[in-house]
Design a protein around this ligand. Structure first.
Ligand SMILES: Cc1cc2nc3c(=O)[nH]c(=O)nc-3n(C[C@H](O)[C@H](O)[C@H](O)COP(=O)(O)OP(=O)(O)OC[C@H]3O[C@@H](n4cnc5c(N)ncnc54)[C@H](O)[C@@H]3O)c2cc1C
Length: 426
């Protein structure tokens, strides 16, 4: 619905290397990277937070202090920042140890992109592509199997042999035992501290949504922090981050737990029942992949059935160029009018507000300069039953309706205190 494939397969270290290189090359003037420092304390002040760091692994090492207006803790499952905020993880009811093994076929032509879930009560197993040239195997550990005995090459090869992989035809790249868990933090922001990624939510990987949820967190935070740091919005704008993202992440974790409960059945009788149920369900249509709505917040227009959902994106022709809309007009808030330029109906004050927050107004379809190449927007507007939609920089819909009403509602929401929503979500 966003104009891209729903899933991409890649190796996470390759993505992280790429991000690292980009930051070093393209943003070296704006981003300073400090490596091998562990944050050990965070002290709040009225205008900043001061982090105390030590060299990683040297608790008595020379302390260094780093001051920041805001701190986003993307510090993983054991998050220090989460603790410093006084937040806790709410358990969502799933725990299991799995041995995860990555192999590279020696003959690249033997690589496949197949995704296979073996629901064998004697050993639930997942087989997925781990990016080009790499296959990932995940083996559930059964009662009586211990992490220390399983996390070694011999144990990995013993399990791989059943699936036709041996040292003769594959290279064992890595093996690790992970405890798959389901949990979400009860609050995501306190004053100048925030959390994102695994610090805020943990999911079993059955829906492949852990990192995806983390990326959604940071894009949801980035435009808010940008507006606050530029002085375009009060710090209260940040209050809406947690309630929106917590509800969304929780829905996807619950979906992964549901898949896990289907996959991880170890009782043979229950497995037989499950298999029968799956056979009965075959042909009843595809299982729908969830695309949850954001949680309630001032930045999701109230009583608007179109608000809080992921926006639709299609190909647009503008002058000589045909491309996805965001490639043509860039990122930021977008006010889209169907078959009319929505800015014509706005007051000067509304236009000034949109300019201040870096929003773009565009008409698509009909007599507008921007052509709806595949009819994507016509279908979307028909479904929404409105003439305009206001999409946020994180691609979620603020609201749908008449353009002047949408903008005046956003102007009011921009200043609204979201603490009531935060308390509700917690
Ligand atoms: C087997 C498996 C399969 C998965 N498959 C998928 C998938 O298919 N799709 C998907 O989207 N996700 C998947 N995930 C989830 C994904 O890997 C995680 O969600 C993601 O790595 C979380 O990133 P993060 O940056 O939030 O946390 P982490 O990757 O945990 O990074 C946290 C970082 O913070 C650092 N840190 C911690 N404490 C401190 C401190 N006090 N000071 C300084 N630094 C600190 C750590 O050293 C680390 O570098 C999978 C996970 C597993 C285990």
């Amino acid at each position: 619905m966003s104009g891209w494939p729903r899933q991409f397969g890649f190796s996470q270290p390759a993505l992280e290397r790429l991000l690292d290189e980009r930051i070093g090359r393209a943003y070296a003037d704006r981003v300073t990277v400090h490596r091998n420092l562990t944050v050990v304390a965070a002290t709040g002040h009225p205008d900043k937070v001061v982090l105390e760091t030590r060299p990683t692994g040297e608790i008595d090492g020379e302390p260094r202090h780093i001051a920041a207006r805001y701190v986003v803790g993307c510090d993983g499952a054991g998050s220090f920042v989460r603790d410093a905020m006084g937040a806790s993880l709410v358990d969502l009811g799933f725990v299991a140890d799995w041995l995860v093994v990555d192999v590279q076929p020696r003959d690249p032509s033997q690589w496949s992109a197949d995704v296979i879930q073996v629901c064998d009560p004697q050993g639930p197993t997942t087989m997925v592509p781990g990016g080009p040239g790499r296959r990932r195997f995940e083996f559930m550990m059964l009662e009586g199997e211990h992490k220390d005995e399983q996390n070694n090459p011999q144990a990995a090869w013993a399990r791989l042999e059943r699936w036709g992989w041996t040292p003769a035809n594959a290279i064992l790249e890595r093996h690790a035992v992970y405890t798959f868990r389901a949990a979400v933090a009860d609050r995501w922001r306190r004053e100048r501290l925030m959390i994102a990624g695994d610090a805020a939510h943990l999911t079993p990987p059955f829906a492949a949504q852990g990192l995806c949820a983390g990326l959604r967190d940071v894009i949801a935070l980035a435009w808010r922090l940008d507006a606050v740091l530029r002085g375009e919005a009060e710090a209260t704008l940040l209050d809406s981050y947690g309630p929106e993202r917590q509800a969304h992440a929780t829905a996807l974790i619950e979906f992964a737990v549901m898949l896990g409960k289907i996959i991880c059945v170890l009782d043979p009788a229950k497995a037989e029942e499950r298999d029968q149920q799956l056979r009965n369900d075959t042909g009843r249509g595809e299982q729908k992949w969830p695309a949850p709505r954001l949680g309630r917040s001032p930045l999701v227009r109230e009583d608007d059935p179109g608000a809080g959902w992921l926006g639709v994106q299609g190909r647009v022709q503008l002058g000589e160029r045909t491309a996805r809309l965001d490639d043509l007009i860039g990122s930021g808030f977008v006010l889209i009018g169907h078959g009319h330029d929505p800015s014509n109906a706005l007051t000067a004050g509304q236009r000034r507000f949109l300019a201040g927050i870096g929003a773009t107004a565009i008409g698509i379809g009909g007599a507008c300069a921007a052509r709806d190449v595949d009819g994507t927007y016509a279908r979307w507007f028909e479904q929404l039953g409105t003439t305009a939609v206001l999409v946020r920089p994180d691609f979620y819909v603020f609201g749908s309706g008449a353009a002047p009403v949408l903008v005046s509602d956003l102007m009011a929401a921009w200043k609204r205190d979201a603490s009531a929503f935060t308390a509700e979500a917690a």
